[in-house]
Design a protein around this ligand. Structure first.
Ligand SMILES: OCN(O)CCCc1ccccc1
Ligand code: NI
Length: 183
């Protein structure tokens, strides 16, 4: 099982590289890794397992955070309306997005960042994402608000971008233009 020891932290080069597309169909190792990433997220949200293995709860994980520069992400969370999202995806891509922006009112964090970085992270309020799932099927997701924010955080990791890159340097809590808060 994956633990926090597998997660690289700020300063590790893979967090600042553009990850490579996965040649499809994915090989058994890549499928197993994606499964392990999803299992890590579920474990991190299980009180007992989380405490036993000292995991930080996470709603998403990207392969570069494991020092593996492949375009693979996993997400496991419930949005504000109780809708569940649990995906392991190869080669995710935003194919369209809203002009309107959104930002998580409480700010963002990252399993690869062992410090809190305050401020609003402006992101697209709505995105359409295409990818290949763990079974090799095409996936097209229309996402908004919290779900859109989580997926964009993970997609950024595939392009060497950290959440705090988006925070206004002069005034971290400046309300981003044309953006709505997501509670
Ligand atoms: O890359 C995954 N990650 O570091 C875990 C935290 C994910 C996350 C946290 C706040 C808002 C969106 C996404
Ligand atoms: Ni992160």
């Amino acid at each position: 099982m994956l633990t926090m020891d597998n997660i690289v932290r700020e300063g590790h080069p893979s967090l600042r590289e553009v990850a490579n597309e996965v040649a499809l169909p994915a090989n058994p190792e890549e499928k197993a890794l994606l499964q392990d990433m999803l299992e890590f997220l579920k474990n991190s949200q299980d009180e007992k397992i989380c405490a036993t293995y000292n995991l930080r709860p996470g709603v998403g994980l990207a392969a570069p955070q494991l020092g593996i520069n492949k375009r693979m992400i996993a997400v496991h969370f419930e949005d504000g309306n109780g809708k569940q999202y649990s995906y392991g995806l190869f080669n995710p891509k935003i194919v369209s997005h809203s002009v309107e922006k959104a930002y998580l009112a409480v700010g963002e964090g990252c399993l690869s960042v062992d410090r809190s970085v305050e401020g609003y992270v402006p992101r697209y309020a709505r995105i359409t994402l295409k990818a290949t799932d763990i079974n090799g099927d095409d996936v097209k997701l229309r996402l908004k608000d919290y779900a859109a924010i989580v997926f964009q955080h993970e997609l950024d990791h595939l392009n060497g971008i950290m959440f705090y890159d988006h925070i206004n340097k002069e005034n971290p809590y400046a309300i981003p233009e044309n953006a709505k808060p997501v509670e």
